[in-house]
Write a protein that binds this ligand. Structure first.
Ligand code: FMN
Length: 426
């Protein structure tokens, strides 16, 4: 317990999966579960079949306050918290004790039980506390596996040296539970970036905002009720977080936020050209503009005159380019955020857009009379692949700040996943 006072990383409310494998040190995992609970962590225990032969799962159910997970092919577990659910739930996976067998499986990417499968599926850091006989530890297979696991970014705590249950003496003893908890805290502390005032420094963000105007003739156009306020508020908030912001704006009566570079675009096609012209350095693209889906096919070159002969005028509209879909398809490295203004079935249509346009995130809102467009307050339902968050009614400035925080979190997460998968393919 000595180092407790000096190592302050919080485990409070952290979701920790405690993986237990079949070694003689499995009994020490009971102390670990108790210590994790004492730190106010949320603990879910996953045991291999051989771990269960060493210590009864009931012990861990009682200590963690949750049922113990063991079976990969359990239809009940799959419906509630299957391997993917567990993998997503975890903030970190701690395997203690980690047998030579499980280390070998992890090093070769095997997924033949619940624990190894969720390790393969999780983006959370994996921390291993090996425990085995000294000869097993020193075996060159184990040593190669350990090297490989470290190269994959998994963290080791221990093993320690000393007397072993089998009567041998040497390296291979599982570290004491208190040392493991300290190691876990220290590691998570290193992973948690210090609160930054400018978490988006060095990030280039492009935001489209406002309505587009689609010319009917030199003096008339088709447009919509978008005021641009939401997009401008997002630009301001992204700039405050340190990003370098490019704003591609439809015609609005708003001042350019300080420190933001603005380019004007009148029609959807203008906006598309401006976006393409400036997209190269962009890492995050946020499309808030209300871009017209259709535009007059052939705008008249002269003012259309009222005639005495006919009471009707027919305009033929042509579909505009889908700027957001085009950017997301052509620039898969860019983190794309769309907006969906819907009058009904908001979540359904927004999720459809998210999938069809291959976006990272979509912010949806209900629009209608005095709702969404041209007002100062709004609500948003922010949706991503595996989740959603609703931001209750507030000013567009505050909504923009909350949205930018979410975008930042998901962007940073996405970068970690991309780096990890690049690392694995190399
Ligand atoms: C009494 C006994 C103690 C064992 N202790 C360990 C140990 O401390 N470390 C280890 O790597 N394997 C140990 N083993 C071997 C593992 O139980 C065996 O490799 C098993 O397949 C591990 O399965 P798991 O990795 O899926 O939990 C022990 C076996 C027995 C019978």
């Amino acid at each position: 317990m000595v180092e407790y006072a000096t190592i302050m990383a919080e485990l409070t409310h952290k979701n920790i999966i405690l993986g237990i494998t079949g070694g003689i040190a499995a009994y020490k995992a009971a102390v670990l579960a108790r210590l994790l609970k004492a730190e106010n962590a949320n603990v879910r225990v996953c045991m291999t079949d051989s771990a269960i032969t060493f210590i009864n799962p009931l012990t861990f159910q009682a200590l963690s306050g949750n049922p113990v997970h063991n079976t990969l092919l359990d239809p009940h577990a799959e419906a509630a918290m299957g391997h993917i659910e567990l993998a997503r739930w975890a903030d970190s996976v701690l395997i203690a004790p980690a047998t030579a067998n499980t280390l070998a499986k992890l090093a070769t990417g095997q997924a033949d039980n619940l624990l190894t499968t969720l390790c393969l599926a999780t983006c959370a850091p994996i921390i291993l506390a090996p425990a085995m006989n000294q000869a097993m530890w020193n075996n060159s297979f184990t040593q190669k596996n350990i090297k490989r696991l470290q190269q994959y970014g998994m963290q080791l705590i221990g093993p320690d040296s000393g007397n072993q249950a089998c009567g041998d003496h040497g390296l291979g003893r599982m570290s004491e539970p208190e040392t493991i908890i300290n190691g876990l805290k220290k590691y998570l502390q290193q992973q948690t970036p210090a609160p930054q005032q400018h978490p988006l420094a060095n990030i280039n963000i492009m935001i489209t905002a406002g309505p587009t105007r689609e010319a009917i003739d030199p003096v008339r156009y088709i447009t919509n009720r978008s005021s641009g306020k939401m997009g401008y508020a997002i630009a301001r908030s992204a700039q405050k977080l340190g990003a370098s912001v490019t704003l591609i704006s439809g015609t609005v009566a708003l001042d350019c936020p300080q420190g933001v570079t603005r380019y004007w675009a009148e029609s959807a096609n203008d906006m598309y050209q401006q976006v393409k012209a400036h997209i190269a350095p962009i890492q995050i693209f946020i499309a808030t503009a209300a871009v017209a889906d259709y535009a007059p096919q052939t705008p008249a070159t002269r003012k259309i005159k009222k005639t005495a002969e006919t009471d009707t005028l027919t305009l033929t509209l042509q579909k505009n380019v889908d700027i957001l879909a085009s950017i997301s398809h052509e620039n898969p490295h860019v983190f794309t955020v769309g907006f969906a203004a819907e009058t009904e079935n908001v979540e359904h249509y927004a999720r459809e857009k998210l999938n069809n346009k291959k976006l990272n995130m979509i912010a949806a809102n209900q629009v209608g009379h005095k709702q969404g467009f041209d007002v100062d307050e709004n609500t948003l339902l922010v949706i991503w692949e595996n989740g959603k968050k609703s931001l209750p009614i507030t000013t567009k400035t505050q909504l923009a700040e909350q949205l930018m925080q979410l975008i930042n979190q998901h962007y940073q997460k996405d970068q970690i996943v991309r780096t990890r998968s690049n690392h694995e393919t190399n």
